[in-house]
Design a protein around this ligand. Sequence first.
Ligand code: VGL
Ligand code: ZN
Length: 201
Amino acid sequence: MKALIVVDLQNDFVPGGSLAVPRGNEIIPLVNRIQEKFDLVVATQDWHPKNHMSFASNHPGKNVFDTIILGGMEQVLWPDHCLQGEKGAMFVKGFDERRVEAIFRKGTDPEIDSYSGFFDNGRKKSTGLGDYLKGRGIKQVYVCGLAAEFCVLYTALDAIDLGFETYYLEDVTRALSHEGFREAREQVTRRGGHLIVSDEL
Ligand code: VGL
Ligand code: ZN
């Protein structure tokens, strides 16, 4: 059984949003088109409270894209994004959600960031996604969405760690940087995941 995880296809991550991924909007028709290839489609949603510690605005004197140590881990400071219940956190217009059976929200704890759809960055808290997929008999997981070198990457790496046969859909994602995208693809393969393009589905 194969599942598609659509990661963070939200207004703030496409052009016009506060943490826009260049050309992030281009994947919307592809995400819609490939869903029919899967037994199950789920989505993740970045869902931050206003006092989230990943926001540069909550660290006086710091700038966006500075890094700090948060909970013992390196943390990039982001512009405010995906505020709970606000427009930037909504799924993008044109995303066909009809087949999305469950939505997993992450980044809700103000003290820790959560790139992966499975766990927070410290791996202390699970979203339940892993158990949900296992309960549905899923053995193969395909990951797409935004951003390629952050939430899509860490979702793929955790899927690998949880024992799923994991595929990173390299044409159904966009990255914040070229270098980040290259490194992300390298990490996926090094850790035992697979790179695939949508035409191969
Ligand atoms: C993301 C940075 C901060 C992502 C989420 O969805 O890739 N990136 N929060
Ligand atoms: Zn975030």
